[in-house]
Ligand binder design. Structure first.
Ligand code: SAM
Ligand code: SF4
Length: 442
């Protein structure tokens, strides 16, 4: 296709952001231009999320608009859909309804070039090992970047579509991961986030690969200033990994460890494999090794069969751990998942009411934990202007969102700052030193 003007719209998690970048790089290599709006584009590609009902509704409404645009242009407009929803039959039915021309499942996204060479509809929902061999170039001018470590998931949480959308766990070859990290560091990236549904399982599928603990050390040795990883599964969070984090200054003392529920009965129904005591023991071990630990989590409320007592156990666990922050979700019954097939959904009002109570709990703890940072010095990686007027937004080493006065910031880069105020969602700082040498992005 000549004169390819592309707009990519991304929903969902960081893995999708990485995948959109990978696809954009493949398209750029074929001469595509990227445009800001749908009106300027002749190819719009939607990278989709299928984890909850809400993102699916968003995709449907966007595809409705795109279908109208296609009709308005007499068909001279290509609609593409990729990612998790595209991998599901549910998504393929939606794609048929809305006249999607190019559909690539989460395991086939590298086929984008091939798809556009054919002047006919192209659908592929396979899982191809070649996808993991693609090493996308560093994002232009970025200070922060993602690197996929492992695709897919071998767990079978009963509420989750991911094992079906992203297939079984496949670790990327360590040489490719290290090469990608090396290129990013050379391009000036100061923060790298390693990605996977379960980064802790890295290497389990190939005995010749390092395990996740060793991989952390190898990646850090390449000179990356900040190293993060998401997501960790409590079951695979071994002492070896905790030791590697404690030994590696670039990782800092931040861990995201989804708990999902504080009730053993519900954890069992979710097939989460661990129980409440095991989770608390992992947290105690982490805090022993990392005394300044900032710990965040994911929680689902209103899972089928969750009683008020089960929910109370989640609230109690929250108090026992005192999480710094949490992503909280009302259970969403997703067609095709075991919990959808087997269990009856709770009334929406019950789920919403519990979610509101949990959010109150989270606000209380986040404020408490954030206030402890007042007066401390941190290093903030500023990304750009914040939504709030007169402030620039960045993140510190422990992944707290930090606002700095825009007047004190020369542009994106690293700044030393002192925290002066805290809210449940944010730290507010004052710049002590201008950007550290070499980190400002002109
Ligand atoms: N692999 C990661 C893990 O196990 O924690 C994250 C997977 S998922 C993309 C991110 C979060 O979405 C989960 O931790 C869970 O809290 C939430 N989630 C997944 N399925 C859900 C559902 N059906 N309803 C509500 N929340 C869900
Ligand atoms: Fe989904 Fe569970 Fe796998 Fe996470 S570990 S992706 S929640 S099945």
């Amino acid at each position: 296709m000549n004169d390819l003007r592309v707009k990519i719209i991304t929903y969902g998690c960081q893995m999708n952001e990485y995948d959109s970048h990978l696809v954009a790089s493949e398209l750029a290599a074929r001469g595509a231009h990227f445009v800001e709006t749908v009106e300027e584009a002749n190819f719009v590609l939607v990278n989709t999320c299928a984890v909850r009902g809400k993102p699916v509704e968003k995709v449907k409404s966007l595809l409705g608009q795109l279908r109208k645009e296609k009709q308005r242009r007499g068909g001279h407009f290509v609609i593409g859909m990729m990612g998790c929803l595209a991998s599901l039959e549910e998504g393929q039915a939606i794609a048929r309804d809305f006249g999607v021309d190019v559909l690539l499942g989460a395991g086939a996204i590298h086929k984008i070039g091939e798809a556009l060479e054919k002047l006919e509809p192209f659908w592929d929902v396979g899982f191809y090992p070649e996808l993991d061999e693609v090493v996308p170039p560093p994002p232009a001018g970025a200070l922060s970047a993602y690197v996929t470590l492992i695709r897919g998931c071998d767990h079978h949480c009963t509420y989750c579509v991911v094992p079906r959308t992203r297939g079984p766990e496949v670790s990327r070859h360590p040489e490719l991961v290290l090469r990608e990290v090396e290129q990013l560091v050379a391009a000036g990236v100061v923060e790298i986030t390693l990605l996977g549904q379960n980064v802790n399982s890295y290497g389990k599928d190939d005995p010749s690969y390092p395990d996740f603990a060793d991989l952390i050390r190898q990646v850090a040795a390449l000179g990356v200033r900040r190293l993060r990883f998401v997501t960790s599964h409590p079951m695979n969070f071994s002492d070896r990994i905790i030791e590697a984090i404690a030994e590696t200054p670039a990782v800092g003392q931040y861990v995201h460890l989804p708990v999902q529920s504080g009730s053993d009965r519900i954890l069992r129904r979710m097939a989460r494999e661990y129980r409440r005591d095991y989770y608390l023991e992992r947290v105690a071990r982490l805090r022993e090794a990392l005394p300044g630990l900032v710990l965040t989590t994911d929680i689902i409320v209103g899972f089928p069969g969750e009683t008020e007592e089960d929910f109370q156990q989640t609230l109690d666990l929250y108090d026992e751990v005192g999480f710094d922050a949490a992503y909280m979700f009302a259970y969403s019954a997703r067609p095709g998942t075991p919990s959808y097939e087997r269990f009856e959904d709770l009334p929406r009002e019950v789920k919403i009411e519990r979610l509101e109570r949990l959010i109150e709990k989270q606000k209380h703890w986040s404020l408490e934990r954030n206030r402890a940072w007042i007066g401390r010095e941190v290093e903030v990686l500023v990304r750009g202007p914040a939504k709030e007027e007169h402030w620039a937004l960045g993140h510190d080493q422990s992944n707290h969102p930090v606002l700095l006065p825009v007047a004190e910031v020369a542009g994106p880069g690293l700044y030393r700052a002192r925290i002066e105020e805290a809210s449940p969602h944010m730290l507010f700082g004052k710049v002590l030193e201008p950007a550290l040498a070499g980190s400002v992005n002109p």
